[in-house]
Design a protein around this ligand. Structure first.
Ligand code: UDP
Ligand code: MG
Length: 332
């Protein structure tokens, strides 16, 4: 059983995915090492997942691992799988009682880790690093991006925090600190397309926040605008059936059109004693046909949505405390 305090015996794992980050990786590792030494934990490890980098990131990590045996570890993926699978690989390999995840491009300053770990002491199971805007960073500033990417990140975060089921807090990314039991639950999800912020929200437990200012990248990010859009679409569709529910609502609303046409035609027939024209009847018939088709599609989509949820085989619930069966003999 893992305790609720951050203790001197705890092992801290810092997990980070790396894709073509040779320019930042040395500084990233050095800053993580310095920070981990100042954290209120017993031991630490830094787990770096090379997500099929084409530059010299892997070599840089290996040389750091040789300089700091047991403290810096490389997990090397066979090719580029993307940020989310890379994070998952890192979580699977991490052994820590406390696990911190963050990007390796220095947009998430490693020094923030201390605040996250200390906040766990207040009895939280998950502490998110929440992005707050830096002074003068512009309207959509908190993501650390500029221009179109910044606007996209802003819209995405607002959208994701509003979709049904379990809410993902706004302005949080992959930078967070979790207790072992949260990580174990995350690793228990069997779905192959993972979106970790959604799964963390699904897992629940006591959640806290620690504010930080996300930094801008000094060079081109490995993820392009197209990559970010794909990541956002994946996040939305792997996690939520809200688009289907929206479709159901549109299909229901569409019935207003034939209904209105019908009411007008009946009113004309009753009050003005005017026979509906053949044209009007044809329009009504086609409106009804469209609505029937749309509704049928919406119903099918709804069932597909249910299947989508079922195939994920997610745990129905997660118990926080009191799952152990009491010993009956001992109670007597
Ligand atoms: N990353 C990765 N695989 C990829 C793309 C990115 O492991 O295919 C890593 C990257 O090295 C960085 C983190 O994921 O540590 C976030 O990537 P990026 O900075 O491009 O994303 P953003 O900051 O825009 O969310
Ligand atoms: Mg980045």
């Amino acid at each position: 059983m893992i305790g609720h305090t951050v203790g001197d015996l705890d092992l801290l794992s810092i997990v980070s995915p790396v894709y073509n980050e040779e320019r930042h990786i040395d500084e990233f590792i050095d800053r993580c090492l310095a920070v981990a030494r100042r954290c209120p934990v017993g031991q630490f490890e830094i787990v770096l997942v090379d997500d099929g980098s084409q530059d010299r990131s892997r070599d840089r990590i290996l040389s750091k691992a040789a300089d700091h045996p047991g403290l810096v570890r490389l997990v090397e993926l066979s090719r580029n799988f993307g940020q989310q699978p890379a994070y998952h690989a890192g979580l699977s390999s991490a052994r820590g009682d406390i696990v911190v995840t963050l990007d390796s491009d220095l947009q998430d300053p490693p020094e923030t880790i201390i605040g996250l770990v200390e906040k766990l002491k207040d009895g939280f199971d998950i502490v998110y690093a929440r992005r707050v805007s830096a002074r003068g960073s512009g309207r959509w500033g908190a993501s650390g991006h500029t221009g179109l990417k910044a606007l996209g990140a802003f819209v995405f975060h607002r959208l994701m925090s509003r979709v049904r089921t379990h809410q993902i807090p706004a302005d949080v990314g992959e930078f967070r600190c979790m207790r072992r039991r949260v990580v174990e639950h995350l690793l228990n999800f069997s779905e192959s397309m993972v979106f970790l912020p959604g799964l963390v929200a699904y897992v629940g437990f006591r959640t806290g926040f620690h504010d930080y200012v996300r930094q801008r990248r000094s060079d081109r990010a490995p993820t392009t605008v197209r990559g970010l859009v794909m990541r956002a679409v994946d996040a939305l569709t792997t996690f939520s059936i809200t688009p289907i529910v929206l479709f159901l609502a549109i299909a229901a609303a569409a019935w207003v059109v034939p209904l209105l046409i019908g009411v007008v035609l009946v009113a004309q027939a009753v009050f003005a004693r005017r026979q509906p024209s053949l044209m009007a009847l044809a329009v009504l018939a086609s409106a009804v046909a469209w609505c029937v088709t749309l509704s049928a599609l919406a119903v099918v989509a709804h069932y597909v949505g249910r299947i989508f949820i079922e195939v994920k085989r997610r745990p129905r619930y997660i118990v926080k405390e009191g799952a152990e069966k009491p010993d009956v003999a001992a109670e007597r």
